[in-house]
Design a protein around this ligand. Structure first.
Ligand code: APR
Length: 260
């Protein structure tokens, strides 16, 4: 076994309060493109960062809604990977664990994580852009909108305002409750495991720093270097779907997370 995995397993074996903090790399091996991957198909001429803004929705709601419907359909077709299952296994083993994710997919939930804190919202929780009431997510999403990439958003059942994706766009504040829960968990944990995040997008990226300042050990899972390398006590340089099951196996043994 690699040194780093053994060191990380010792930290995990001793931990009583764990925070797992995940980003797009967590879902990469499930086939969900990371935000910074080039867009494909009908969307290849577009820039994800330019579509994920309140201004873009204001200027062209059907274009932005269509893009999120396309992303939602991609997530529906994807399946949780062994990394998601390893996170659920950590939560099952250490009841005082909190899962904080920047991902807007539902793969953690589908792998068995009961209540991830969604710092950047969810593809499955649309709301009215005018009155903020939750709106149902349409089902039966087509792979690509039949008549091009534009899909007009539904109207709110209460005020007839436009329904928008329930995600946090660039320039918007994080949901207060989620941010408060994340800050509280990061302040109180004794181990934080950061997985598949570039650590570049604030304020979310502050979470591992906060845990470290409060004395928690930090394990990072990422195949590449990130600004969080300096914060981490142990860097597991590998993809989440391999490194996390290996960590769980090294800490407690006997857990087969490959199937299912
Ligand atoms: N396993 C683990 N990490 C991986 C894997 C993998 N298989 N594949 C890629 N990575 C790492 C990359 O090396 C990178 O550091 O995942 C990270 C993905 O970084 P970003 O695309 O910046 O994703 P994230 O950190 O989640 O972005 C934060 O910014 O795009 C917005 O709102 C969006 O929530 C997102 C936020």
């Amino acid at each position: 076994m690699e040194h780093a995995t053994r060191d990380a397993a010792v930290l995990l074996g001793q931990a009583r309060r764990v925070v797992v903090f995940t980003g797009a790399g967590m879902s990469a091996e499930s086939g969900v493109p990371t935000f910074r991957d080039a867009l494909t198909g009908l969307w290849r001429r577009f820039d994800a960062q330019a579509l994920a803004t309140p201004e873009a929705f204001h200027d062209d709601p059907a274009l932005v809604w269509g893009w999120y419907e396309w992303r939602r359909s991609a997530v529906r077709r994807a399946r949780p990977n062994a990394g998601h299952r390893a996170v659920a296994a950590i939560e099952a083993r250490i009841p005082d664990s909190v899962l904080i994710t920047q991902n807007v997919d539902d793969l953690h939930e589908r792998a068995g994580s009961a209540a991830p804190v969604h710092l950047h919202g969810s593809l499955f929780a649309p709301r009215c852009a005018a009155c903020a009431r939750p709106a149902p997510a349409p089902d039966g999403v087509a792979e690509e909108p039949a008549d091009g990439r534009r899909v007009p958003p539904p109207r709110c059942g209460h005020c007839a305002g436009l329904v928008r994706p329930g995600v946090v766009w660039f320039g918007e504040a994080l949901p207060q409750e989620a941010l408060a829960a994340a800050v509280e968990a990061a302040s109180a944990c004794d181990l934080l495991i950061t997985v598949g995040t570039s650590g570049l997008v604030y304020p979310a990226a502050e979470i591992p720093h906060l845990a470290a300042r409060r004395g928690a050990a930090v394990i990072q899972v990422n195949p590449d270097e990130t600004p969080l390398d300096r914060v981490a006590d142990v860097n597991l340089r590998g993809p989440a779907a391999q490194a996390l099951p290996a960590l769980v196996e090294a800490a407690w043994g006997g857990t087969d997370l490959r199937a299912g």
